[in-house]
Write a protein that binds this ligand. Sequence first.
Ligand code: PEP
Ligand code: MN
Length: 337
Amino acid sequence: MIIVFKPTATVEDKTRVKAQLENRGFQIHASNGVNSSLFGVVGDTSSLDMNLLLVYEGVEKVMRVQEPFKRANRAFHPKDTVVDVCGVPIGGKKIQVIAGPCSVESIEQITEVAEAVKASGASLLRGGAFKPRTSPYSFQGLKELGLDYLKAAREATGLPICTEIMSADKIERFVEDVDLIQVGARNMQNFELLKELGKTNKPILLKRGLAATIEEWIMSAEYIMAGGNENVILCERGIRTFEHYTRNTLDLSAIPAAKKLSHLPVVVDPSHAAGLWWMVEPLAKAAVAVGADGLLIEVHNNPECALCDGAQSLKPQRFDKLMGELKGIAQIVGREL
Ligand code: PEP
Ligand code: MN
């Protein structure tokens, strides 16, 4: 961290800052220029509040040299992390596809979709049981019954299951029954939930918040990892911008950025990014081209009648065609699918 002093800062101003930081165990390297002077703060500054330093008389600005996250930081862990989800490695050479409906609607629906996506090469089944809907009058999910149906679909197909958790009081049930626990965009900064998930050793799919910066997203991963759970997979699902043509704007640049900053695997969800089924195919291809380690794609056997997100869901035949086309793109970028 670097502290820049105002040209008017007095020796006393600097001594006060120096004493405070040395008290907290940091070393100070001072550098005095003609018009202003700097302090280089040496030590683990991740717990240091930059804004608090601005309160000191004489301080002009404070800059971080290192990111505020440690466990998720590639600088301290140069090799890619591979998260094992019941034998499915996420983050390795093979691009893994998580597919299924937005919501679990019936045992027939989830089993039929599970069988279809498995036949097309998906390696995990998704399906929401607890749904974070904008309106309290919209379908809220089958809840515990939805988890039972997901388990039945897993038994029928052998596909590990991924579903969203919305509150910490359900963790015990999720740890017991779910293979990959999804933290949705709306809960990305539910820090109490993240801390509780950090105490488990379950793989967590952490979606990027609707208006979260890349750093905030990785800081949320850091929350889970700080508790001891290093099995975190990041998921870019589009961010809110001024553009309303699409549901969100897929931030393709976030994929190479997150992979540069962090060693964690990055999965892309083109379905929630676009909100339009016909855009899922080109965005999924683009995601693979820019280095995604996996995809999360909504597939429904009858999207016209879906209880949630039908407009962005692919029919099984289109999903099958897309999986074939993605293989070629994966090969070009040195991956497998
Ligand atoms: C979902 O995956 O169904 C979902 C609600 O996603 P997000 O949190 O990205 O909106
Ligand atoms: Mn959805």
